[in-house]
Design a protein around this ligand. Structure first.
Ligand SMILES: NC(=O)c1ccc[n+]([C@@H]2O[C@H](COP(=O)([O-])OP(=O)(O)OC[C@H]3O[C@@H](n4cnc5c(N)ncnc54)[C@H](O)[C@@H]3O)[C@@H](O)[C@H]2O)c1
Length: 471
């Protein structure tokens, strides 16, 4: 099938490349000339595992890039909208990019086409897209609008797309459903997984992807509700972590105890400095806002957001209580991306914390395996960027871990300690076992666990729980 994907960012580019992988011809449309030039020249504008291989495989054959939306729609049977839906100042989803695409494509609809919303949007957006297309002159029988929310995680985006837990298609007609079923058939009948050249499944066991067919409104709600639930799980365990700090319990032991209950499950019980990224913060605000518009005051989400923000302040308090004063302190920072596996720094807790520490007069020396280029655009020369974790630690008054990159968990702790001016690590992602850190002569602060102090330091360094120290 010939498919147009409008918007070639994290979602559009991955979806476009993966549709090619499923045997379709894809025209990727973007209105950012710099991005288009880079893509046409063979560059890969985002850091994402397997994306370079897929672009290499399909560029110039099944995969084309253009800024001509009208022509791309004219040539395609299905048009996926994957443009951004950023938050407005009031926290609603800004749907102006979606609307502008809907307006522009209406003139190019000849013959039957399906218009599929892949961007994360509030309930009723499909209805609006349909109205806008009609208002601009398209024949009502020539198109259907569907919702096909995307659940990929940055850092695992290609594997998530090709090996999804489920595919949700929100449709209001069987004709439209059958086009979407055909597009995803290689995943739902499992034929893609039998191919010798398939992108490997991370845990090696691929089963055909289940497809869930709903109304458009339900599909739109499924996406918002999924993100809100995952964020709630994170804030819940962070609230539990705060209690653990107060009473001297270990949040990981608590997680093990509750996560082995199959009704709860262990995933997303990761205590730390909170969620960030381009999705959870904006999607929670948008969900709360659309719920309010339809008469429901979703106060649970207020609390989820508040706990998430508080995790950052708690971490800053931890840095202060480990170092006393901050002005002039040299801090090594490991991690700037909002999570591991990506170069995306949008709404990254790490970026927020570095900004706060700079305001307090700290000198920051930072390392990230993928996000330095993007972070440089934010901080210019205010932050010194280095090319290894050990360089970040060199002569630092303390080392902060702000992103859960696997590379950091494998660091040589003796080498790290010897680099530091004072062997203090404040870990916002709980990458290490406190006992092991103490054995390596490192004073270690983490989230939801008591600080660990090397044996020879006991008595010299305060080891009371966080709240008792500052009380
Ligand atoms: N990033 C994620 O992990 C993720 C996961 C699931 C869903 N989503 C949702 O998918 C949508 C896109 O997210 P993203 O992270 O890919 O955004 P992005 O900002 O990386 O990409 C959006 C792209 O759309 C292009 N664009 C904007 N207006 C256009 C127009 N009129 N014509 C052509 N191109 C246009 C932009 O130039 C940009 O390249 C959002 O609604 C987001 O919430 C994102």
């Amino acid at each position: 099938m010939r498919i147009a994907v409008v918007g070639s960012g994290y979602v559009g580019l991955v979806a476009g490349a993966c549709f090619c992988e499923l045997g379709h011809d894809v025209i990727l449309v973007d209105n950012d000339p710099k991005k288009l030039t880079a893509l046409k020249e063979g560059k890969v504008p985002i850091h994402e595992q397997f994306l370079p291989e897929l672009l290499e495989r399909h560029r110039g054959t099944r995969l084309q890039f253009t800024d001509d939306l009208h022509e791309a729609v004219r040539l395609s049977s299905a048009v996926f909208i994957a443009v951004g839906t950023p938050p407005t100042t009031k926290g609603e989803a800004d749907l102006s990019y979606v609307e502008s695409v809907a307006r522009e494509i209406s003139g190019a609809i000849q013959g039957y086409k399906i218009i599929v919303d892949k961007s994360t949007v509030p309930v009723y957006t499909s209805e609006w897209v349909r109205k806008i297309i009609l208002r601009n002159g398209a024949d009502p029988s020539s198109f259907d609008v569907a919702s096909n929310p995307e659940f990929l995680r940055e850092g695992n985006a290609v594997a998530d797309f090709l090996y999804p837990d489920r595919i949700v298609i929100g449709v209001d007609s069987e004709r439209c459903a059958s086009v979407l079923r055909e597009i995803y058939a290689p995943l739902t009948d499992g034929s893609y997984y039998e191919r010798g050249d398939a992108i490997p499944q991370p845990d090696g066991t691929a089963t055909p992807a289940p497809i869930i067919v709903t109304s458009t409104k339900s599909a739109e709600l499924i996406k918002h509700a999924s993100n809100a639930f995952l964020a709630t799980k994170i804030s819940f365990i962070n609230a539990v972590a705060s209690i653990c700090e107060s009473v001297g319990a270990n949040v990981h032991q608590v997680c093990q105890g509750i996560g082995t209950d199959t009704r709860i499950g262990p995933r997303f019980l990761n205590p730390g400095i909170g969620y960030g990224g381009s999705c959870f913060p904006k999607d929670l605000m948008a969900f709360r806002s659309v719920a309010r518009d339809f008469g429901y005051d979703f106060r649970l989400l207020d609390e989820v957001i508040r706990i998430n923000e508080e995790q950052r302040s708690r971490f800053l308090r931890k840095v202060r209580s480990a170092l006393w004063t901050l002005r002039g302190k040299r801090l090594g920072v490991l991690g700037l991306a909002f999570k591991e596996g990506t170069d995306d720094i949008r709404e990254s807790p790490a970026i927020f914390l570095v900004q706060s520490l700079l305001q307090e007069g700290c000198r920051i020396v930072a390392y990230d395996p993928a996000a330095i280029e993007r972070a440089r655009e934010v901080f210019n020369s205010d932050v010194e960027f280095v090319s290894s974790p050990y360089e970040a630690a060199k002569e630092a008054d303390a080392l902060l871990i702000l992103t859960e990159w696997e590379e950091f968990a494998g660091l040589d702790l003796d080498r790290l300690r010897d680099q530091l001016r004072y062997p203090i690590v404040i870990d916002g992602r709980n990458l290490f076992d406190p006992e092991v850190m103490a054995e390596h002569g490192i004073t270690y602060y983490s989230v939801g666990r008591l600080p660990a102090v090397p044996h020879h330091e006991i008595g010299k360094t305060p080891s009371l729980p966080e709240n008792r120290k500052t009380a």
